[in-house]
Design a protein around this ligand. Structure first.
Ligand code: GLN
Length: 210
């Protein structure tokens, strides 16, 4: 699907009725996610404090450095607000370090364990065309940067894409987790999927539109 294909259906970006999607802005490439969300009609909101979670209908946890992001979450007391956000029905898109942060050994939001830097030093950065379940027949250009893969999954975790025999995109309920950087290729389908998950979520979605 070309960039912006969802746009005609969406309210004007930044308008009062646009869906507010938070981007955890502790560290990493949150600005690129915000730009992609704006392009598909969402109103991106940088989130750094517990109070800011109350204003968003969905959350992106970007790539960056998972240890740094985890420390920032602890420092800023964001773990509980993030858990409450998910418990209230709101979805998260976690990309690369954002996937790691959501796993069982970090925030414990998804029944997966991610393995950091799994593709090895010689493959610090590469791109691949991936078929991602739920995104239609066209493959997605995926940018991997010192990427994790999913080492183990619990029951109920859906595999959406794999590479070299390892899951690199999964969905566990409201958690949509990918090992690559969708914000660096001009394909907003995962961000659109996050918005669709938020639209399907109960109550607080309406609050976040006010
Ligand atoms: N290797 C990083 C980490 O372990 C993740 C890299 C990324 O987000 N691009 O945190």
């Amino acid at each position: 699907m070309p960039v912006g294909a969802e746009a005609p259906l969406a309210p004007q970006a930044g308008s009062a009725s646009a869906l507010r999607v938070g981007v955890l802005a502790s560290q990493g490439d949150f600005a690129a996610h915000a730009a992609m969300l704006l392009a598909i009609g969402a109103q991106p909101v940088e989130v750094r404090t517990p109070a800011e979670f109350l204003q968003v209908a969905a959350l992106v946890i970007p790539g960056g450095e998972s240890t740094t992001i985890s420390k920032a979450i602890e420092r800023d007391r964001l773990a509980e607000p993030i858990r409450a956000h998910v418990a209230a029905g709101m979805p998260i898109l976690g990309t690369c370090a954002g996937m790691i942060v959501c796993d069982r050994e970090h925030l414990g939001l998804a029944e997966i364990v991610a393995r950091r830097n799994a593709f090895g030093r010689q493959l610090q950065s590469f791109e691949a065309d991936l078929h991602v379940a739920g995104l239609g027949p066209d493959p997605m250009r995926a940018v991997f940067i010192r990427a994790p893969w999913v080492e183990s999954v619990g029951p109920g975790v859906e595999m959406l894409a794999e590479l070299e025999g390892h899951p690199v995109a999964v969905r566990d309920g409201r958690l949509l987790l990918v090992a690559f950087h969708p914000e660096l290729a001009s394909d907003p389908r995962l961000h659109a999927m996050l918005m669709a998950m938020a639209e399907a979520a109960p109550a607080r979605e309406k609050e976040a539109r006010r």
